[in-house]
Write a protein that binds this ligand. Structure first.
Ligand code: AP5
Length: 214
């Protein structure tokens, strides 16, 4: 079954998914991480996606469909946390079709105000090897520039530069926000206050998950 994590760029989807994987044994499927892996591997998909992602725009739906199918393939008996998909109404419809046997059980919207989103994204640093996420103020690595998890180099994502962040937030407003109503209309929507510490937000999400998966 699938739990969708939704929220604007920087809302904490990846951070919270990682915590839930560790504490609850769920599996995480992140379309952003999957695309970045394709870029690292230099595949055709990676070549097509690279410039689009760096600009903060959405990668075409047909590429995401390919990614989604591949990522969900071997996870039939797992609780999947889906991070980064769907990002528009077409993708929401597609997910209904692709996941028929792994029905979407709930959609958790991590809601954070836009000023805080910009602060989180501009301070975010990411491991270039395993993708672990850090923040220069709120969650720095133990040793500067070195990933706690794998020892990889910590860098700033190209789309975390201020002008790209603005584009991503606008793309979210125009394309992704309408998806929240799609799920409200289906009784799957759960609102989570995404402000406060990562632990506070995690506790709220876990309460919502208890309601969804009793
Ligand atoms: P993706 O990688 O999915 O990026 P995103 O949605 O923009 O989300 P982020 O990873 O930026 O934020 P997050 O919510 O995971 O926050 P995080 O936990 O890291 O997608 C990248 C690109 O890929 C897209 O722009 C698009 O081009 C393409 N793409 C992906 N999926 C696609 C799709 N379906 N269709 C088309 N294109 C697609 O936290 C952010 C920072 O805040 C971190 O530093 C963290 O440490 C910190 N933080 C987290 N929680 C807190 C807290 N409670 N308090 C303080 N700091 C916090």
């Amino acid at each position: 079954m699938i739990l969708v994590l939704m929220g604007a760029p920087g809302a904490g989807k990846g951070t919270q998914a990682d915590m839930l994987v560790e504490k609850e044994g769920f599996v995480k499927v992140s379309t952003g991480d999957a695309l970045r892996r394709q870029i690292q591997l230099g595949t055709e998909i990676g070549k097509k996606a690279s410039g689009i992602m760096a600009a903060g725009e959405l990668v075409p739906d047909h590429i995401l469909l390919e990614i989604l199918k591949a990522e969900l393939e071997d996870k039939a008996d797992k609780v999947v946390l889906l991070d980064g998909y769907p990002r528009n109404l077409t993708q929401a419809q597609t997910l209904q079709e692709v996941s028929r046997t792994k029905a979407v059980r709930g959609v958790i919207h991590i809601d954070v105000d836009s000023e805080e989103l910009v602060e989180r994204l501009s301070g975010r640093r990411t491991c270039s090897n395993c993708g672990a996420s850090y923040h220069v103020v709120y969650g720095p690595p133990k040793s500067e520039g070195v990933c706690d998890r794998c020892g990889g180099a910590i860098v700033q994502r190209p789309d975390d530069q201020e002008d790209k962040v603005k584009v991503r937030l606008q793309v979210y407003e125009e394309n992704t926000k309408p998806v929240l109503d799609f799920y409200k209309n289906r009784g799957l929507y759960h609102h989570i206050d995404g402000s406060g510490s990562v632990e506070e937000v995690n506790a709220r999400i876990r309460l919502a998950i208890k309601e969804i998966l009793p």
